[in-house]
Every structure is written in C-alpha cells, then in structure tokens.
Ligand binder design. Structure first.
Ligand code: AKB
Length: 336
C-alpha cells in the first residue's frame, strides 16, 4: 500500500521552511518535500526529504509509486529578478515544472477518485501597472484588473494560474466521461518578509534585505527610490493564508485565485520602521533603474476582499505587529 502524504516542492525555500514548521506543529506526519537543496531544519521522521529536480520525470514517477499524494504545495519557482537573467530557464522551471506537476496531480486525482488539492503561490508580479500615474490612481487592485505582467516570472505565474484553472475545470472536456479533476487554489502574495530567512532572486527583496542588514549591523543601499510602494506580508501570515485556503470548503470559494495582503508602505516608510528598532542602521537609497522599473509595475496595494468574504482571511500581523511581535524579536535572536 502507498503511504498517503502531502508533497511540498521548493521546500527548502523561504515559504517552504515556515510551511513545514507549521504543518509539523499541526501534527502532519507524512510530508514529502522536494528541492534541489537539502532542508535547512531537521524534522527527523516527520518529513521525507527528496533532494532532486522537479523536472526529473522518473523521480516524480517513483514518488507517486511510493506515496499517495493528496495535497500538493507547489512552491518551487525562479523569482522575478533571477528569472530576467535566464528567462528560458525560468520558463522551464516555473511553467514546465508546474505543468508536469499538474499532470501528475490530474492522474492521481483519477486514480484516487478524489481531487488532489493543489496549492499555488502566485504573486503581485502577475500585475503590470502601465505607469506610475495609474499605479497611484488604482491602488488596491482586484484579481481581474491590470493582468499585464512585464517580467518573465509574472508571465509565468499568470499563465500557471490559468493552467491550474484549466486542469481543475476543463481538463479532458471532450472525453465521454468527465474525469475526476484536481482542485487548484492559488494566492497572489505581496512581498514576503521572514525573520528567519533572507530571500534571494526576487525584486521585493529590498524590504527584507534592509531589515536583515540592519540587524547584522551592516550598511544597506536600497535599490529602489524612497517613494516606491508595494504591499508586504509577514511570513507567518503567508503560511496562515495557504493553510486557510487549503482548508476552505470548496462550496465557499467563488474564485480559484485570491489576492491576500497585509500592509502597504513606501521604501522610506520601511526604512523608518527599521530605524525605530535599529536606530544606528545605515540605510541609503541607490536606485537601480532596471529593477526599479519592475517594482514600479507592481501595484501599490491589493484588494483582498474576496478572500476575506469567502474563507475568512484576515492577517494576524499588520505593520506594527509584524515588526514589534514577529520580525524584530526573532531577527534579534537570530543574529545575537
Ligand atoms: C519577487 O520579488 O520576485 C517575489 C514576488 C513579489 O513574488 N518576492
């Protein structure tokens, strides 16, 4: 008999680390994690880590021969800045990797006679505001607005959202018998900030980089202008959103892709928060015009009313609580 478990791809990344921690705390005892890298934390018998490539079809086949996968958290992705340096590779990982996993989840749904739950973190990068004037005018964007991404990563995320909806609702639509299809649910995240990990390869990274540099006592040159505004969220809320959406009743969902957010602020406001807790921090602004262009194309804020209405979404950490009760205490501990 196969063992029934949860699959987490990109498990050694920022979200993976916190998600596994929460799932283990909740008593999940069969988690299969997949990543090119080893896991940062040892979860002993709770997590079976496979160090390997998502694109390795033989590996995925072996995986499903051993495990009955009921839920997939597909976190593996090349983020926005890194993806611009190797767009075709980003497409391979972000799109083909997702497609392979959607196919696997579809087959598993049919085998089980029950939908595999497929959780997909998407991003503010799926939006593309055409100008700063419009960004300022239309601040809290809805899910269906301004879907004109300007980065490979954003294009990949938006397309994979559509693929997920296709595999959930229209897969094999011409077949005589409707197959049991997977249950795809996606979240458009703002920039995420963790107390434990520093992101790499993203363009919202200036926020967490500023904070971690201050905690380490290192100077930081921020690569965007002071007035640059995007939404952010503390990592525990990102994990909470994923788990809430995974546990939401299918009947209560009116969409498959939901915005979620916590607080929106400018890079100067972010600096001011950091200075409140690390008054000696040396933070300067040296905008990189190219990366600035990417952040300028992202909305200043997200409208997450649908998530609030459909499955009761509400962040635990607003700006003040994020810094006072999560980021600063744990970061201080980390670097002390
Ligand atoms: C990135 O900067 O690429 C990510 C994102 C906003 O999805 N953090």
């Amino acid at each position: 008999m196969r063992k029934r478990g949860i699959l987490i791809t990109g498990a050694a990344g920022e979200i993976g680390d916190s998600l596994i921690r929460s799932l283990v705390q909740q008593g999940e005892d069969l988690i299969v994690s997949l990543d090119l890298k080893p896991l940062g934390t040892d979860y002993s018998k709770k997590v079976t880590h496979i160090q390997g490539d998502l694109m390795d079809h033989a590996l995925l086949s072996r995986l499903v021969s051993e495990y009955e996968i009921a839920t997939i958290y597909h976190l593996a992705a090349l983020l926005s800045t890194r993806a611009e340096f190797s767009p075709e590779m980003a497409h391979q990982v972000n799109v083909e990797g997702t497609l392979g996993l959607l196919k696997l989840a579809s087959e598993q749904s049919e085998w089980r006679g029950e939908p595999v739950l497929f959780l997909f973190p998407s991003s503010i990068a799926a939006y593309g505001m055409p100008s700063l004037k419009l960004k300022d005018e239309f601040r809290r964007v809805r899910e269906w607005e301004w879907n004109y991404p300007t980065t490979m990563y954003g294009c990949n995320k938006l397309y994979c959202e559509m693929l997920g909806i296709y595999y959930s609702q229209h897969y094999r639509q011409l077949a005589v018998e409707r197959p049991v299809t997977l249950d795809f649910r996606g979240l458009r995240f703002p920039g995420l900030v963790s107390a434990y990990t520093v992101p790499s390869g993203g363009t919202s990274d200036y926020g967490p980089e500023m904070l971690h540099a201050a905690a380490r006592g290192e100077p930081y040159a921020c690569f965007v202008r002071e007035d640059t505004a995007i939404p952010f969220m503390a990592m525990p809320d990102a994990v909470k959103a994923l788990l809430m959406l995974a546990n939401a009743q299918a009947q209560s969902l009116t969409r498959r892709i939901y915005n979620v957010t916590s607080f929106s602020l400018s890079a100067a406001d972010f600096r001011d928060q950091v200075l409140k807790f690390f008054p000696k921090a040396q933070i300067s602004f040296e905008p990189d015009l190219k990366r600035q262009g990417i952040v300028d194309s992202w909305p200043a804020d997200l409208n997450d009313n649908d998530a609030r209405r459909d499955w009761g979404w509400k962040p635990d950490f607003d700006l003040i609580r994020s810094f006072e009760e999560y980021l600063v205490p744990y970061i201080k501990q980390r670097y002390s």
